[in-house]
Ligand binder design. Sequence first.
Ligand SMILES: [Mg+2]
Length: 286
Amino acid sequence: MLLELAIGDAYGAGFEYADIGMIRQHNNLTRYVQHPRHNIRPGAYTDDTQMTLAIAEAMVSNISWEPLALAQKFVEVFKRDPRPGYATGFYHFLQQVRDGEQFLKEIKPVSDKSGAAMRAAPLGIYPSIDQVIERCTFQATLTHNTPGGINAAVAASLMTHYFLYDLGPKQNLGAFLEKHVPGRWSSPWRGSVKSQGWMSVQAAITALTRSASMSNLLKACIQFSGDVDTVATIALAAGSCSHEIAQDLPPHLLNTLENGPYGRDYLRQLDARLLSLLETYKSGYN
Ligand SMILES: [Mg+2]
């Protein structure tokens, strides 16, 4: 899950808000492209993956699910490995806060953008829909305490849950989400994806519904244009959990994904820990 979502994020980062001509020319999975304006190295992931690491590490380390511990995680994963790709305001906020306590004191969690949704995928590992919703809502409120920000996050976490626990065919994903989270999740997304959280989630669901393989899924996410690193992060996380989607991401995208202290090898180890957490829950679940 983490490896795939990081590949989606890093690949999408080269195309974020790029013009459609550039996308048509280069969206062929041959390599990570250099973004025409941003200073992000090809193959480097962005805020989507880094914040997902905070959630995943909190889950596997079994810290108490309370605001201070989670805020501390957000600060810790950023400060140990700062990187471009964050929204400017949040980047500066993370730079200037010392710790989780100051984070909680000074954050203004009024955004309905995609920040809480882009990091929500691992939460689908929890064994019941209610628990996924509860834990995801909780993490979302720390930074995105708005109906739009929370609903997008809950939908993103239930997407992985739906596939991990085999709750139905992927064609029914949107209808399933509509039963549990306010939003028009089964309506197809069209056109460029803007920054509100529900938009990235709806685009990701649309791409999942239309794709039978991870390669096609990744290309479909980028083709929308707009905030496509987030669309690809959410979609590839869910796609990696689906039996109906061929796991065919090109090996060169895996091999050229960043591999610093928190890169490919680290993601792979953390993925293994998430998988064993899933197995623990599944053995109790059946
Ligand atoms: Mg990003």
